[in-house]
Design a protein around this ligand. Structure first.
Ligand SMILES: [Zn+2]
Length: 201
C-alpha cells in the first residue's frame, strides 16, 4: 500500500511556484507519502526534470502525468510521458489514455475548467473526487459523480504553491511502481484523503 498525491503543478506550469527540486525534497522528507504525480498544464517538461532529480532517492516515486486543457474541461492523464496528439478534444485525450494503458481522470469536475456532468458522455477511467483547490461542496459533487458513473475516485492537492504538495493524497493498494499504481487505480483499489480538511471518501 502506498500514498500518492496525484495532481501537482511545477514551475513548468505558468501558474505554479513549486520547483521540481522543492517537490522532490518534500517527498524525500515525508514520512508516509512517497509518491506524487507531476501533472503540469499541457506539458511534460517539468515531469522530466522532476524525475531526474528524484532518481537520487530510491524510496520516492514520481508518477508521470499531464493535465490537458480541452474545450470542455481539464483532464488528467496519469502515466503519460508525452502530451496527446492534437487536437485536444475530450475524445482524443480519453482515447490516448486508453490506447497507451494510461489512466484518464476528470479533474475537479465541479469548478472552473471542470467538465461537470458532461463527463458522463465519455469513458473515463476515474474521477478526481478530492481536489485540494476545490470547495468541500464541489468535492462532494465529484464524489457523487464517481458513484453514479461507478468509477474509482482519485485525490490530489492540485498544488500551485510550495506549501500545498502532499496535503491531499490517494491511498493505493500497490507497490512503489507506476504500472502497479495505474492498474490499481483502474481496479478501484484506492481511497482518497485530505489531510488539511480531514475529508475521507
Ligand atoms: Zn491542476
Amino acid at each position: 500500500m502506498i500514498k500518492a498525491d496525484l495532481h501537482i503543478h511545477t514551475t513548468y506550469s505558468d501558474d505554479s511556484t513549486v520547483t521540481p527540486k522543492a517537490l522532490v525534497e518534500k517527498l524525500a522528507a515525508h514520512k508516509s507519502i512517497k509518491a506524487a504525480a507531476v501533472t503540469d498544464h499541457d506539458t511534460v517538461n517539468g515531469l522530466k526534470e522532476t524525475r531526474k532529480l528524484a532518481a537520487a532517492y530510491p524510496d520516492i516515486l514520481i508518477i508521470p502525468g499531464v493535465e490537458i486543457s480541452t474545450p470542455e474541461g481539464d483532464i488528467l492523464v496519469l502515466g503519460a510521458e508525452t502530451t496527446p496528439p492534437r487536437p485536444w478534444t475530450v475524445q482524443n485525450v480519453v482515447d490516448f489514455a486508453r490506447t497507451n494503458n494510461y489512466v484518464s481522470v476528470v479533474a475537479h469536475p465541479y469548478r472552473e475548467y471542470g467538465m461537470g456532468d458532461a463527463a458522463r458522455n465519455y469513458k473515463f477511467d476515474a474521477i478526481e473526487v478530492i481536489n485540494g483547490e476545490s470547495t468541500p461542496h464541489a468535492n462532494k459533487q465529484a464524489h457523487q459523480l464517481a458513484k453514479t458513473m461507478k468509477l474509482p475516485g482519485t485525490a490530489g492537492s492540485d498544488a500551485h504553491t510550495p506549501a500545498e504538495p502532499l496535503t491531499v493524497y490517494t491511498e493505493i493498494q500497490a507497490g512503489l511502481n507506476v504500472d502497479e499504481i495505474l492498474k490499481a487505480i483502474k481496479k478501484g483499489l484506492v481511497t482518497t484523503h485530505s489531510a488539511a480538511r480531514s475529508i475521507h471518501f
